[in-house]
Design a protein around this ligand. Structure first.
Ligand code: COA
Length: 248
């Protein structure tokens, strides 16, 4: 049974809570492959094990519904730097991110997509981290903001950069100062690749608001692709399209 058609450039972003009832965790665990179960068992803390199982199980469950198969039959392959994809090239493209008890799963018929979510939290050396990882323009922007919005903007910047890196799938092989994102409240979301307006035009940045206390972003190749945000609800064992917001 297919739950939704992915028309053309459509991108569906699913929000998944990673703390469902234990019986849901058990059911999802049964759909994992042996190597995924092995990976789950290598986590030191039960909480991290559970979060991995639910995120991977929900991913399998969703992808199976899109292609009309069983979750346990979904086969993954991995890029050089570990980016998972469906083994069959005809199958949808996807990307996953998790933070705390929340995961986001972005799915599209094809193309490069990257998603990132972070719980907004205090970081002791926040400005030093920004100086190290952000471009000079991003760092200057963060430093100019009043303290009350600085942490949120830090995570807006972080998730937007990370979503681009994840769309490329090449980890940190692209220098983090070779592209800029906007992140100040009120600034239009924008991704610019230094000295390369043609490459800049190829990408679309969409901030997401999956819930209070979280910053998130989606980056995809192409322009004006339709993005819809949905909530995966294990409680009712179905797929609720109540949605969440694309922008903060
Ligand atoms: C995977 C990576 C790209 C992101 O990791 P992260 O932000 O810690 O974790 P997220 O929860 O957002 O994403 C993890 C998921 O991304 C996917 N993933 C793994 N490798 C990936 C890659 N090379 N590209 C894209 N996605 C990848 C997997 O589905 C993974 O889920 P899993 O762990 O359940 O298998 C990480 O390897 C990395 O290189 N991070 C860069 C860290 C950094 O310094 N960023 C600075 C940003 S300003």
């Amino acid at each position: 049974m297919k739950i939704a058609a992915l028309d053309g450039g459509d991108i569906h972003v699913w929000r998944v809570r990673l703390d469902p009832e234990p019986e849901v965790v058990e059911a999802l665990e049964r759909t994992l492959s042996d190597d995924e179960r092995g990976r789950a068992n290598r986590f030191h803390f039960a909480r991290d094990r559970r979060r991995f199982i639910v995120a991977r199980g929900a991913l399998r469950s969703l992808l199976a519904r899109y292609i009309g198969g069983e979750p346990e039959d979904v086969r993954f392959a991995y890029g050089e730097r570990g980016k998972p994809r469906m083994a069959d090239a005809e199958c949808p493209a996807f990307n996953v991110s998790h933070s705390g008890e929340l995961a986001l799963i972005a799915i599209a018929a094809a193309g490069a997509i990257g998603v990132d979510v972070e719980a907004v939290r205090d970081i002791e050396d926040r400005d030093a981290v920004a100086a190290r990882f952000f471009s000079p323009r991003e760092y200057a922007c963060i430093r100019a903001l009043p303290e009350r919005v600085r942490t949120q903007s830090f995570f807006a910047c972080w998730t937007r950069k990370e979503a681009f890196v994840k769309a490329l799938g090449d980890g940190l092989s692209r220098p983090l100062d070779s592209f800029d994102v906007t992140c100040a409240p009120g600034d239009a979301p924008r991704l610019s690749i230094a000295g390369d307006p043609a490459e800049t035009q190829k990408w679309m940045l969409t901030p997401l608001a999956p819930g209070p206390g979280f910053e998130a972003a989606l980056v995809a190749d192409g322009r004006d692709r339709a993005v819809s945000c949905r909530t995966w609800s294990t409680e009712v064992a179905s797929y609720v399209t109540s949605g969440f917001s694309r922008t903060r």
